[in-house]
Design a protein around this ligand. Structure first.
Ligand code: CTP
Length: 236
């Protein structure tokens, strides 16, 4: 049977008012390349993408979202049918506590905006893992191996793709990436600088190998990450 991939891509936008938001420089290229690589490998693919200006890949179901909460809702709606979930999106960890309905006018010389944590989508999936393969990214400044290993353990993942986002020649906004691959069992694999398409093909191949080799069902409870925002009434 054709495996089913659920891939996320791009940034999220957390609005303060109708014209201002908190976001990051993710362009979605890595996630779109992963969706295409999975499609080319014969998988059924759904791509949940934040605001990006890339052309939708043919033969892939595209769902557009804006905020972390919208992305969480769309991922949770679809994860049951997925054999592999790859969270390549750069999801905002915080959002302004209140979204104003009208444009905020300037006033005082300085401004502090109260922020609250968003839900950690991937950690939430890690708690409902079942037999799925879960893949995360670790955006780190400096050597990404330690952070990638920590995220693998804490979010109950099978594979983490770590990259150093402080380097100008790779990562955010670049068409290339220099990644480390950290998996449950194997040693850290350090890959050279390569085009995101090539990295995507390597990641998809690793995922397909894991799908064919059934994983133990794990139900560990990572503690650090809330998987629901405090204000959400969304239920599985
Ligand atoms: N992620 C997520 N939901 C969030 C934040 C991150 O699902 N609210 C996912 C990302 O898509 C990525 C992984 O978690 O696959 C790691 O994201 P990263 O930003 O590197 O790390 P965080 O877990 O946010 O931790 P920190 O910012 O403290 O490094």
């Amino acid at each position: 049977m054709r495996p089913s991939f659920l891939v996320t891509a791009g940034p999220t936008r957390e609005h303060l008012d109708p014209v201002r938001f908190l976001s990051n420089p993710s362009t979605g290229r890595m996630g779109f390349a992963l969706a295409r690589a999975a499609r080319d490998a014969g998988a059924r693919v759904t791509l949940v993408a934040g605001p990006v200006s890339l052309r939708p890949p043919a033969g892939v179901g595209l769902v557009r979202v804006r905020s972390a909460e919208e992305m969480r809702r769309e991922v949770m709606r679809r994860y049951r049918d997925a054999d592999v979930v790859i969270m390549a999106a750069a999801v905002s960890d915080y959002r302004p506590r209140r979204r104003l309905g009208r444009k905020m006018k300037k006033g005082a010389p300085s401004l502090a905006v109260p922020m609250v944590r968003t839900a950690d989508i991937l950690a939430g999936l890690g708690r409902r893992k079942g037999g799925r393969i879960l893949v995360g990214f670790a955006a780190e400044t400096g050597d990404p191996a330690a952070g990638a290993r920590r995220k693998l353990r804490e979010k109950n993942l099978d594979l983490v793709v770590g990259n150093d986002v402080s380097r100008g020649d790779a990562g955010f906004g670049s068409d290339r990436n220099r990644a480390v691959l950290v998996s449950r069992d194997g040693p850290v694999g350090r890959l050279p600088l390569m085009r995101k398409e090539r990295l995507a093909a390597i990641i998809v191949r690793r995922c397909l190998a894991m799908v064919r080799r059934p994983q133990p069902r794990t139900f560990r409870q990572p503690r650090r990450y809330p998987d629901k925002p405090s204000t959400s009434s969304f239920k599985l």
